[in-house]
Design a protein. Structure first.
Length: 218
């Protein structure tokens, strides 16, 4: 593999171009929308990267919807069944993957209606978010951001994984969230998202990311 250092701004520019081109192909062959995963531990900033892609994609003429996995959590009674800080529960059952598929990924996929729900559950209030559906036209892009998104069979068209070394993950994780570290260790070992994601970004230093590309000696 080759490790190519890149500035944060150029990373957004390159990803925008790639996703805009892929959305064009999806609209031509579908017509469909492009379903993109921006995957990574919170310390890697997947929500921030996905948010930074919204305006540039719109400037390229692409309708965009940013969906956060944290808005598709299961109710607290299910998430906390084994306690509030159980890493195995966090890894296996916090995100409502069925709801994310039903309300976002299937409607945005081939043959889907394009009628997408931006959020399903308000975790703070522990009730349905009561969000309104959004109509995403063919050629649009839905960006789904958050942790532990890959390896579970969710139907994404393009996957972006923000990779952190174990040391960087521990250094950059907020103390209140350190209980979840074993879940990310398990994800790296069992799923190995960096081995199959379409785009892998090394994000140990947010000021100096690097793209992992095939070929070369890096």
């Amino acid at each position: 593999m080759r490790i190519r250092p890149i500035s944060p701004d150029l990373l957004v520019t390159e990803l925008t171009g790639r996703l805009a081109d892929a959305a064009t192909r999806a609209a031509t062959s579908g017509p469909a929308r492009l379903r993109v995963a921006v995957d990574g531990a919170p310390a890697a900033g997947p929500d921030e990267l996905a948010g930074a892609l919204v305006d540039p994609l719109r400037a390229r003429g692409r309708p965009v919807l940013h969906v956060r996995a944290t808005d598709f959590l299961r109710p607290a009674s299910l998430r906390y069944e084994l306690g509030r800080t159980n890493p195995d529960s966090f890894y296996e059952s916090w995100v409502d993957e069925a709801g994310l598929r039903r309300e976002v990924l299937d409607p945005a996929g081939p043959g889907g209606t394009g009628r997408v729900l931006p959020s399903l559950w308000d975790a703070d209030a522990d009730r349905a978010s009561r969000a309104r559906y959004v109509d995403l036209p063919p050629g649009g892009v839905v960006l789904v951001s958050g942790p532990l998104l890959l390896g579970g069979g969710l139907p994404f068209d393009v996957t972006v994984h923000l990779e952190l070394s174990p040391a960087a993950l521990r250094r950059r994780t907020e103390p209140a969230q350190e209980w979840a570290l074993p879940a990310f260790d398990r994800y790296a070992e069992e799923v190995v998202p960096a081995s199959f994601a379409d785009v892998v970004v090394r994000a140990d230093d947010p000021r100096h990311p690097a793209l992992v590309e095939p070929g070369g000696d890096g």
